[in-house]
Design a binder for this molecule. Structure first.
Ligand SMILES: Cc1ncc(C[n+]2csc(CCOP(=O)(O)OP(=O)(O)O)c2C)c(N)n1
Ligand SMILES: [Mg+2]
Length: 548
């Protein structure tokens, strides 16, 4: 007779799960044993947080949930930042945590925390499994909920007595395809009328446009309508950044060069905008009209309150909208002029030799060594703004950044997941010296898994972004610097290869050599953040951007 844990593992296999990331505890040992007898791989990480970031990134890149597991209390709580990352970032993920037995309490309250209660605000659904017979249905439901728009994390708690209890074999629940409803004709007609009446329509591609299923339909919509577009940070790459209709990326909320195009527009077609992102522009009573095209209705915010909505399957709805618009729009020539101006500013100083290197040069050099389908995974720090503004993407999901929870520590784990999913593509993690150290222990996991991966560390010996904001706010420079380990020797101690860049011109050849070799490489380069103030404050008319 199968045990609860056997049913759990069969149900996961039924969903197509190939790997589970995590750190087991004694309460998970039945599950570990069932995994040993299955085709699913258990991928140990050195911290549960990294397991959750990896599982979430699996969901983000494939559309199907990644799975992570942990023990009760301490292990489960270590998943919580990853839960929030997936919840805000709309990444499908399943978290399975252990718990002491529920029918007896032989260890009194040792290690017991109400994990379900802790996970509830961080997930779409959090449930305790109370009987083995319910497992197939609960697992199927968990996957359905995690994947359904808007996607996100689901938490299942499996107490150890339920995991170990034998039961009658319970049939698995088969999967079936689900088509989403398409926007109703009235909404499509209304939107088409607004777009045809507008003089200067502009498309904004938001976070949800990076869903893997939207790659084709979005590009088709832009190709058929020829409306210029910009993207939010998390919408980067969803339509090729090399397109001559791309006018930029909104990495700040206002005042950046791309806002000249936004301010020029009289209508914005916001596709897949999710207000978890730092606002890409600020709506006010006077600004352009906004049409929200998305899977789910818009959240109304102080800075985002669309005038019309097209809600339904985004790909199918956009095809119907394009049917109503194709050949009827006259492109506004001013956008083209603005586009070259904006992109010209972005190219400024991208090839300067100064050392320590400028952020612009680093972004430029990274782009040079990354093929079109190469994936850059950012941690969180000052350089994120520079990559978001300056890095041109040609393929969806090739610049993975987190503009939702904006947590530090996810750069390396998300890159590890990308490298596992796409072993033939170049994958680069870009981390600050602060963020890298928040999950640097996963270098061991990366080496153990035999991944081909390059990690670029930008060294300023500081929590640079906060130090910069401190300066912008005219506080004295205090309390935000630290010293670093010798990153080259640190990498080597894990069995990885370490490189230190000592001249601006060495960055490209060092990265190139690291990619040509196999295994895990760490490249450290000192960064000069003087450009933060010069460009992001002084040059942009003294306006201080809103930064988190
Ligand atoms: C987990 C977490 N803690 C704190 C912050 C706030 N924070 C945002 S950026 C930053 C500094 C990042 O430093 P580093 O990784 O060295 O990048 P830098 O800005 O120096 O390039 C901090 C502390 C955060 N976003 N996430
Ligand atoms: Mg730093």
């Amino acid at each position: 007779m199968p045990k609860g844990s056997d049913l759990l593992v069969s149900a996961l296999a039924n969903e197509g799960v190939e790997r589970i990331f995590g750190v087991p505890g004694e309460e998970n040992l039945d599950v570990v044993e069932s995994l040993r007898n299955s085709k699913i791989k258990l991928i140990l990480t050195r911290h549960e947080q990294a397991a959750a970031f990896m599982a979430a990134t699996h969901g983000r890149l494939t559309g199907t949930p990644g799975v992570c597991m942990s023990t009760l209390g301490p292990g489960a709580l270590n998943l919580s930042t990853g839960a929030a990352y997936a919840h805000l970032g709309a990444m499908p993920m399943i978290m399975i945590t252990g718990q002491k037995a529920i029918m007896t309490a032989k260890q009194a309250r040792f290690q017991i925390v109400d994990v379900i209660a802790a996970m509830r605000p961080l997930t779409k659904m959090a449930r305790q499994i109370v009987s083995p017979a319910s497992i197939p249905a609960i697992v199927r439901d968990a996957f359905r909920v995690a994947m359904e728009e808007r996607p996100g994390p689901v938490h299942l708690e499996l107490p150890e007595d339920v995991a170990g209890e034998e039961t009658e074999d319970v049939p698995l629940v088969p999967l079936h395809p689900i088509e989403l409803p398409v926007a109703p004709p009235a909404a499509l007609d209304r939107a088409a009328e607004m777009i045809l009446k507008a003089q200067r329509p502009l498309i904004m591609l938001g976070a949800a446009s990076s869903r893997p299923k939207l790659v084709e339909p979005l590009s088709n919509f832009v190709r058929r309508t020829r409306i210029p577009f910009f993207n939010t940070q998390m919408g980067k790459g969803s339509v090729t950044g090399g397109s001559n209709l791309y006018v930029g990326t909104a990495a700040l909320s206002s005042g950046d060069y791309v806002h000249r195009a936004i301010d020029h527009a009289d209508l914005i077609i916001a596709i897949g905008h999710d207000t978890v992102e730092k606002p890409p522009f600020l709506m006010g009573p006077k600004g352009p009209k906004v049409i929200h095209v998305a899977y789910t209705a818009a959240n109304v915010e102080q800075v985002y309150f669309p005038h019309a909505e097209v809600i339904g399957d985004v790909g199918a709805s956009l095809a119907l909208l394009a049917d109503r618009l194709e050949g009827k729009l006259r492109p506004d020539p001013a956008f083209l002029g603005l586009r070259s101006e904006i992109l010209e500013h972005i190219r400024d100083r991208a090839e300067e030799d100064r050392f320590p290197a400028t952020p612009q040069r680093i972004v430029h050099d990274v782009r040079k060594v990354m093929p079109e389908d190469g994936i850059v995974c950012l941690d969180n720090g000052m350089y994120k703004i520079w990559f978001a503004r300056n890095y041109r993407t040609h393929v969806a999901n090739t610049l993975l950044l987190d503009n939702a929870l904006a947590t530090m520590g996810a750069g390396l784990p998300s890159a590890m997941m990308a490298a596992m999913l796409y072993p033939k593509r170049r994958v680069l993690a870009v981390c600050g010296d602060g963020g890298f150290m928040m999950n640097s222990q996963e270098m061991e996991t990366a080496v153990r898994l035999g991944l081909n991966l390059v990690v670029l560390i930008l060294e300023d010996s500081a929590y640079g972004m906060i130090r910069w904001k401190q300066a912008v706010d005219k506080f004295p420079d205090w309390g935000l610097t630290f010293s670093n380990p010798d990153f080259v020797r640190y990498a080597e101690s894990y069995g990885a290869t370490g490189h230190r860049v000592k001249r601006a011109d060495d960055l490209v050849p060092t990265l190139e050599a690291a990619f040509k070799d196999t295994g895990v490489h760490l490249v450290t380069v000192p960064i000069d953040y003087a450009e933060n103030t010069r460009v992001l404050v002084e040059e942009l008319q003294g306006r201080v951007p809103e930064l988190a």
